[in-house]
Design a protein around this ligand. Sequence first.
Ligand SMILES: [Zn+2]
Length: 432
Amino acid sequence: MKKAIFLFLAAFVCSLGAKAQHFDQYFEDKTVRINYMHIGNAHSESIRIEQYKVGNGWYGTRAFLVEPYQYGDILIEVFDSLSNKLIYSRSYSALFCEYRTTERGETEVAEMEECVNIPMPKQTVRVVFTSFDRSRKPTQLLDFYLNPAKTAMQPMTKEYPVMNLHKGGSPKKAIDILLIPDGYAKRDAKLLKHDMKRFAFYIMNCSPYKYMAKKVNIRAIKGFSEQSGITQPQNNFYVNTLLNCTYNAIDLDRYLMCLGVWNLHEVADDAPYDAIIIICNSEKYGGGGIYNFYCTVYNHGEYPDYVIVHEMGHLIGGLADEYYTSEVSVQDFYPEGVEPTEPNLTTLVDFDSKWKDLVEEGTPIPTPPTFKSSPDYDRIGAYEGGGYVSKGVYRPSQHCTMNSIAYDDFCPVCLRTLEAMIDYYALEKPNK
Ligand SMILES: [Zn+2]
C-alpha cells in the first residue's frame, strides 16, 4: 500500500506540468466561495445557495484539482460545460451531516450555514452537489450551470492583521494552517498573541507535522471579540464574540462549534488557508473537528495540546474517533455491512482497502487486546471497538491520539493518512 501511494503520488508529480496547464486552461487565479444553507433532517435534505464571494488568488492545491480522497459526506464537482469533463472536485463534511444522525435529527428540520471554495472558472461550468449518508448512498442535492460573467459576486473583505507563526521551506509547497481566535477581547491582546504561538508550538511538536515541518505553514488572524469567553448555553452564559462559537452543539455538552460558518470564512479571508483552526478562549474542556471544514479547541485547562492535534486529525486526515465509550449523541454511525470511509476504522467488509498491508503476518484478525506490559502492545491489528461502538467496528491500534488523551501518539495508520494529506496540499502549488 505504501508503495502504491508512492507510485500514485509519483505519477501526479510527473504530470504536474500538465496539471498546472489544466488549471490555467479552466480557471483564473481567484477564489469563488459559494455560501449556502443545508436544510433537512435524517429523511430529506436540500441546499439553497445564498451568495457568491470572490477574492484574488487560489490558495488550494493545483496539482490535485480532482480530489483523490473522498472521506467526506458532501462532494462538490465542477464540470467544463462544453466537454462535460470533471475539472475540479472537493470532498468535505459539515455539522449538518452529524446532526441528521442524532435523535433530534430524526424529526426536526435544521437549517445550517455551509460554504465551499472553488477556483474561479473562466467559462460557464456545471456544478453538482452530492450528499452521502452513512451507508454511502448518494443523493444529488443540486445540479446547475454557473456563468461567472453573469453571476453577481461580492468581493471578499480584508480587515485583520495576520501573524506568521511557522514558515515551511517554501510557501508554495505547504499545507496552510490558519489559527483564528474567538472570545478574546481587546484586553486579552497579550493572551491572544501568547496562545497563537503556544498552539503553533503544539502542532509543530507533534508527528507528523514535526518531521514534515518544511511542508507546513502556520498563520494566525489577529481578531478581537466584543467580550471574553465562549457561549455555554447549558450554563446560561452568552457572550458576543468574533465567531460566535458555542458549546453544546448538537446537544453535546463539550462539542464546541461555530454556527456562523460564512462569517468564519470572511474572517479567514485575510490569509491563505487549507485548514482553519479556531482557538476558543475558555476554561471549559471542549473542541470539535470536521473533515475539510474547520476544527475548534479550548485554550485553558489540562489537555489543549492533545485536543488540537486530535481535532486536526478529523479536520485534515478525515480520521474517525477510535474510542467507543462516550456520550456521543449520534446513532448508528457505522451501519452494518458498510466499510466506513474513515481510513482508521474498518468493519472488515473491505479490510484490504484499509491498513491490512501494515499488519504483520500471523497477527490474528480480529486481534485480541493485550496488557500494556505485553511485547505485542504496539502491534498493528484490528481491535474491536471504535467509532463510538464496541461491537463490529475495528481500530488499528491499542493506543492512538484518535483514541485516548495522549499527545503525539498517532498510530501508524493515522500517521500515514496525515502524511499523505500534507503531501496532497504540499506537493505542488505552482505560481504562488
Ligand atoms: Zn490511529
